[in-house]
Ligand binder design. Structure first.
Ligand code: SF4
Length: 342
C-alpha cells in the first residue's frame, strides 16, 4: 500500500496521473487530509466512486498507533508511537508561552553514538519516511485535538543522515496546501553532517538550523560525539558560515552543559572565540541524565558563569527551560522503546 503522507502535492499529482486520475484530484485529496482531517477515502465525497475505489485498493493514510502516553509535572507530554512494521519511536509535545511545540523523531534509533544520548544506545534500525514524520504531528494533533504551532526535528535520529526523506517532510509540512507550518516555525538540528549543511544552505529554505555542538575541542568532542572524527569542529564552523552567507539566517548552537566536562570558564572562552562575529546564538541546555550515561550528573553545572562569559564576549545566549525530564522526555532522553530509565 502506498502511504499518501509520503507525497508532496507534486508527487501526489504525478502518482494520480500515472494511474489515470485527473491532476486536480491531488489538491482535493490534500484538502481532505490536511485541512478537513478526513482519513477515510470513502468520506472524500467530491472524488468519483472509481477514484475512491482505486485509493481504497492501493493507498493508505498512515497515521500512527499511540502505544503509550505520559505527562510530566510541567505538562510536557511524551508519546510512544508504533510504526506500521511494529517499530517504536517517541515524540514529545511541549507547552511554551507562544504555543505548542512538537519534537519529532527522524529515524528509528541513531548511528551517531553521542555519549550523552539515549536515542543511540539501542543502535540504528532504519530511516523514517517523510510520511512517518508528518504522521507524528498529525497523530498527536488528532489524539489531543490541539493545534501545534512549532515543529523541531530534534527527537530520535539524525535528520541529515536521512536527508531526502527529511526534505520531503519539510516540503509537505511547509506547503500551505499541506500542514501549512511556516518555515520560521520549523527547526532542524544536526550533530554536524557537513556535506548536508552545504546542501541545505544551497536550498535556501526558510527553516531554522540548529547545530548540536556541545564542545569546541576536537579531542574532547571526538569522545563526546564520534561523528566529530569525520567532521571536525573547524569544518562544521566553515559550513555554518557558508549557510549564513547563503541564507542570511541566524544559526543556533546547542550546548549541553555537563558538569566538570565542558562547563569550565576556559570552555566558555573557547566557544566565544569560535563563534565571534557569527550570526548566531548559543542555546545552553543543562544536560539530562540517562541510565547508561557515564558522566557525573550530580556535579553542579557552571551555568551562570558559563553564560556570563559568552555574554561578556558579545555572544547571544539563552538557557533552555528543562521540560519533561521526569518522564525522560528531555533532550537526549528519547528512545525507540520504553526501558526502565532514571
Ligand atoms: S544527539 Fe542526536 S545525533 Fe547524537 S545520538 Fe542522539 S539522536 Fe543521534
Amino acid at each position: 500500500m502506498i502511504d499518501l503522507l509520503n507525497f508532496t502535492l507534486e508527487q501526489l499529482t504525478d502518482y494520480l496521473l500515472e494511474n489515470n486520475i485527473s491532476k486536480f484530484k491531488s489538491k482535493q485529496v490534500f484538502d481532505w487530509i490536511y485541512k478537513k482531517n478526513i482519513y477515510r477515502f470513502d468520506e472524500m465525497t467530491n472524488l468519483s466512486k472509481d477514484d475512491r475505489a482505486f485509493l481504497n485498493e492501493h493507498c493508505t493514510i498512515g497515521l500512527l498507533m499511540v502505544k503509550d502516553q505520559m505527562t510530566s509535572k510541567d505538562g510536557t507530554k511524551k508519546f510512544l508511537l508504533e510504526l506500521k512494521d511494529g517499530q517504536l519511536i517517541e515524540t514529545v509535545l511541549m507547552e511554551y508561552t507562544y504555543g505548542l511545540s512538537i519534537c519529532i523523531s527522524s529515524q528509528v534509533g541513531c548511528k551517531m553514538g553521542c555519549e550523552f544520548c539515549a536515542s543511540t544506545k539501542l543502535g540504528f534500525e532504519r530511516n523514517l519516511t517523510a510520511g512517518e514524520m508528518i504522521a507524528q504531528i498529525m497523530t498527536v494533533n488528532q489524539t489531543l485535538g490541539m493545534s501545534i504551532d512549532r515543529v523541531v526535528v530534534m527527537g530520535i535520529g539524525e535528520p541529515f543522515d536521512n536527508f531526502e526523506h527529511f526534505i520531503n517532510f519539510i516540503k509537505i509540512a511547509n506547503d500551505h496546501h499541506g500542514l501549512d507550518i511556516g518555515g520560521r516555525k520549523l527547526t532542524v538540528s544536526t550533530c554536524g553532517i557537513v556535506p548536508k549543511i552545504y546542501e541545505f544552505a544551497d536550498m535556501k529554505l526558510q527553516v531554522n538550523l540548529s547545530i548540536s555542538l556541545h564542545e569546541t575541542d576536537d579531542a574532547k568532542r571526538n569522545e563526546l560525539m564520534p561523528v566529530n572524527r569525520k567532521y571536525p569542529v573547524s569544518d562544521i564552523i566553515e559550513a555554518c558560515r557558508y549557510y549564513i552567507e547563503k541564507t542570511n539566517r541566524r544559526i543556533s548552537f546547542e550546548y549541553a552543559l555537563i558538569g566538570g566536562e565542558n562547563d569550565s570558564d576556559s570552555s566558555a572562552k573557547n566557544l566565544s572565540v569560535l563563534l565571534k562575529g557569527m550570526l548566531c546564538y548559543v542555546n545552553v541546555i543543562p544536560v539530562n541524565k540517562i541510565a547508561e550515561g557515564k558522566f557525573n550528573y550530580d556535579k553542579k553545572k557552571n551555568i551562570e558563569g558559563f553564560c556570563g562569559i559568552l555574554r561578556k564576549n558579545g555572544i547571544m545566549v539563552t538557557v533552555r527551560r528543562e521540560l519533561g525530564s521526569d518522564i525522560n522526555a528531555s533532550c537526549g532522553q528519547l528512545r525507540r522503546s520504553h526501558i526502565d530509565g532514571v
